[in-house]
Design a protein. Structure first.
Length: 229
């Protein structure tokens, strides 16, 4: 679905320009908009559900807008079957089992797994980020997939680079933020959309990209997409 071959070559060659970042965003954005629409439909938001915005040509007809939510039923059934029983985690070295259990409890991994499954079933893939908190402990969070372009030669579950981009309201108006993640560092860009500039570089301790994806399928399609019409 995403062809980032050229961008991967540029990143491997050390290119970190705002122009390259904007090129990645431009490629990812059409699919990101679809994913956001699918999520809005799952949430039964008015702007995401066609039946709630239907207008009839004949004003004398009753505009029945009852929402039979088959979309969410497909998603919730998938999540129940796939993540209803919590995933079991075990370390190869049994002496580290305690720290694995600590990570599970600290990050509520059972809940994270269910949410990851939900995002993957809706949007086609889920995304997680690993970071170190202020106490020096490993933390894991889910990230909205429509905010993340994942780049890897072997697929998004073996991410080599990850770009998270989103907009924030500042005292000067709306601003785009873009964060490029890779082994041992991340690079932050800020500015108006289409006018990004390098802002700051940050170091981290992970020898792999700390943001990665979970594919729903090879086509990166949501479970309900093929039956929407």
């Amino acid at each position: 679905m995403f062809d980032f071959t050229y961008e991967l070559e540029q990143l491997n060659d050390g290119v970190r320009t705002p122009e390259l970042i904007e090129r990645i965003i431009k490629k990812h954005k059409p699919r990101a908009e679809i994913m956001k629409q699918l999520y809005d439909r799952y949430r039964v938001k008015e702007e995401g559900l066609p039946i709630l915005n239907r207008v009839l040509d004949d004003p004398m007809k009753v505009n029945n807008q009852v929402n039979n939510d088959f979309f969410s039923e497909i998603i919730d059934t998938k999540v129940g079957f796939f993540a209803g029983t919590p995933v079991t985690y075990k370390a190869e070295n049994e002496s580290t089992d305690l720290s694995i259990q600590d990570i599970q409890k600290r990050n509520r991994l059972a809940d994270l797994d269910a949410e990851t499954t939900k995002y993957a079933a809706i949007c086609g893939y889920g995304v997680r980020e690993l970071y170190i908190d202020f106490r020096g402990r490993e933390r894991i969070v889910n990230v909205k997939p429509w905010q993340c372009a994942l780049i890897g030669e072997n697929g998004i579950d073996e991410t080599e680079y990850a770009l998270r981009y989103y907009k924030v309201e500042t005292d000067k108006g709306e601003e785009m933020r873009a964060e490029l993640y890779e082994p041992f560092k991340s690079t932050e860009f800020r500015g108006a959309e289409g006018e990004l500039k390098l802002f700051k570089e940050h170091e981290h301790v992970f020898e792999h990209c700390p943001m990665w994806g979970y594919e729903n399928n090879e086509e990166l399609l949501g479970d309900a997409e093929k039956v929407l019409h």
